[in-house]
Design a protein around this ligand. Structure first.
Ligand code: SAH
Length: 212
């Protein structure tokens, strides 16, 4: 998701109380940041933040951190949060490649990947968020029994993601190639912005849940 460059978005983000400007400083002490012991779930590549804010509203006893690399997109999430004022959500503008500098071993309870960029060229496979390179990073920050949940309508990206699971040392806990018609996996499903857009065009949504 790339919006046109919004002038001043970096400044707004730097001043917003909802965006954490030096996230590495919270490594190992995110519970203090939120002021409670609740579990911490993160979405990597959250876009405009609808999914994570809806999750936060539904689950007040969980803390949510949305990660997004583009400031023009993150700005939209901040504007929404200014209206919604959810106490259990915050945002970080960063590239996920350095995620292990921001979260300590086992600090994260769950990781959501929703409609991640496909990076279709083979030579860019390492940039795909469900790649084994990223799974290694998630392994460092996710608690022992934590899970990664991934949704996409991109069948090629999903096939790639499934192939990465075992070689990376993870296990497939659940999988569907048509989430909205899978009554078990769809129970309590929170739609993302892209999910709404692509499923309304008739694309089935794929989802997996993996753990170590
Ligand atoms: N999750 C949202 C948006 C999907 S678009 C939804 O489902 O509606 C994918 C988003 O991930 C884009 O906003 C893109 O900027 C962001 N993104 C892609 N790679 C990233 C990375 N390495 N680090 C952080 N954000 C990333």
């Amino acid at each position: 998701m790339r919006l046109r460059n919004v002038p001043g978005s970096r400044e707004v983000i730097a001043e917003s109380k909802y965006a954490v400007s030096e996230p590495e400083k919270n490594k190992g002490i995110w519970k203090e940041y939120f002021g409670n012991d609740n579990p911490i779930r993160i979405e990597i590549g959250m876009g405009k933040g609808r999914f994570i804010m809806d999750q936060a509203e539904l689950n007040p006893d969980v803390n949510y951190i949305g990660i997004e690399k583009y400031s023009s997109v993150l700005l939209r999430a901040i504007q929404k949060e200014e209206e919604r004022q959810l106490p259990n959500v915050c945002f970080i503008r960063m590239e996920a490649e350095t995620i292990t500098e921001v979260f300590d071993k086992g600090e994260v309870d769950r990781i959501y990947l929703n409609f991640s960029d496909p990076w279709p060229k083979d030579r860019h496979a390492k940039r795909r968020l469900p790649s084994r390179e990223f799974l290694r990073r998630y392994d460092e920050i996710l608690k022992k029994d934590g899970v990664v949940e991934f949704k996409t309508d991109n069948v090629d990206l999903f096939a790639f993601a499934l192939e990465e699971v075992e070689p990376a040392g993870w296990k497939l806990d659940a999988v569907t190639h048509d989430l909205h018609n899978d009554s078990v996996m769809n129970e309590g499903n929170v739609m993302t912005e892209y999910e709404e857009k692509f499923s309304s065009k008739g694309n089935p949504i794929c989802k997996y849940i993996i753990s170590r």
